[in-house]
Design a protein around this ligand. Structure first.
Ligand SMILES: Nc1ncnc2c1ncn2[C@@H]1O[C@H](COP(=O)(O)OP(=O)(O)OP(=O)(O)O)[C@@H](O)[C@H]1O
Ligand SMILES: [Mg+2]
Length: 331
């Protein structure tokens, strides 16, 4: 079983209308809603691929109940922990041009609720082959929350895939997550390195065992203990890129669980994520396109000049200052 953790679960609402006008009343043509948050999307994709995935994290209030009802309807095993605050809603307003997102912050989680979650997580870990830690932290949680979760997973011999950004990502690195998956923007933000290869190298030096940077339509850059690769889709596809990163994470978690060679993990991650862009809703992918794309992904090994070899593994998070302005020279 792959355990996905969504500390800031959400009810994702999508409003569709022909033309959104700000500062005016807009009549909505249709409304859809589903359980969301990155870890939930990852679990949905894993389930669609025929793999057992369990959802844990935090939910609360009537919106939390709606999330749980939707998970039950989708037959996703629900091991969420209840908190007193109200689960957030995310509102996507999709018109004929593009999509406007409104993201609520999420519930204020108390220290005792966090302790209760940790106890439940500890109880779930022995049943997990891989743990996926995805998305933002709700208010009230300590910034080193992911560090704690990676450490506890490690203590149980369970590798962790981490998809987080900013301080929550940086603080977790000394705990040695098996894989971290920033996108290009998150990587530049966290490290101050505009070049993804340099930024990924910084995260390795700070403790990540492997870094897979997702570069939108340009595919993936991976720095791993087995070598360094680029994997690219045959071309950019157009559609809804929201959730494409979650599909990368799902494929990487499966590759880790199955002990697949890295180039194969990357090939599958690129095919699955491009197929996800082709599906309108986050956490879904176009199954026919997925099959076709698997044969078309190009994976190439990088030489050392393009991505310098990792030296020792000292935890150097103190050199990575999440507050530096984006684009500032690499430290
Ligand atoms: N337009 C596209 N065409 C083909 N593949 C794409 C496209 N956009 C994204 N992908 C695939 O999806 C992967 C993840 O995309 P991206 O880097 O945008 O992730 P992300 O920003 O973390 O996404 P999210 O957090 O919304 O799930 C890319 O590495 C690539 O393989
Ligand atoms: Mg992402």
């Amino acid at each position: 079983m792959i355990l996905t953790v969504t500390l800031n679960a959400a009810l994702d609402l999508t409003y569709r209308l022909p033309d959104l006008r700000p500062h005016a009343s807009n009549r909505v043509r249709s409304v859809t809603r589903q359980a969301g948050g990155k870890g939930v999307n990852v679990a949905r994709v894993l389930a669609a691929l025929g793999h057992a995935a369990t959802v844990t994290g935090l939910v609360g209030g009537p919106t939390g109940q709606a999330v749980r009802a939707e998970l039950a309807e989708a037959a996703l095993p629900d091991e969420l922990v209840e908190v007193a605050g109200e689960t957030r809603r995310t509102i996507a307003v999709a018109d004929d041009r593009d999509t406007t997102m409104l993201l609520e912050p999420g519930p204020d989680v108390s220290p005792s609720e966090w302790q209760r979650f940790l106890a439940h997580y500890e109880h779930l870990l022995p049943g997990a082959s891989v743990v996926v830690l995805s998305g933002s932290l709700p208010p009230g949680l300590p910034v080193d929350a992911y560090r704690r979760l990676v450490e506890r997973a490690r203590a149980h011999g369970v590798p962790a895939v981490l998809d987080a950004d900013g301080p929550a990502l940086l603080r977790a690195l000394p705990a040695r997550p098996a894989v971290v998956k920033p996108n290009a923007h998150e990587l530049a933000d966290a490290t101050g390195c505009p070049d993804p290869a340099e930024g990924a190298q910084r995260l390795l030096e700070a403790g990540a065992e492997a870094v897979v940077a997702s570069l939108g339509p340009d595919g993936l850059l991976a720095l791993t203990p087995e070598g360094r690769w680029r994997a690219r889709p045959p071309g950019a596809v157009s559609g809804n890129p929201t959730g494409a990163g979650d599909s990368v994470v799902a494929a990487l978690a499966l590759g880790l669980a199955g002990g697949l060679p890295w180039p194969e993990r990357l090939r599958r991650a690129v095919a699955l994520s491009a197929a996800t862009v082709l599906a309108p809703q986050a956490g879904r992918f176009d199954a026919d396109a997925h099959e076709r794309l698997l044969a078309l992904v190009r994976t190439e090994a990088l030489d050392r000049a393009e991505a310098p070899a990792r030296t020792e593994a000292p935890a150097r998070t103190e050199d990575l200052d999440p507050t530096h302005p984006q684009g500032e020279a690499c430290p």
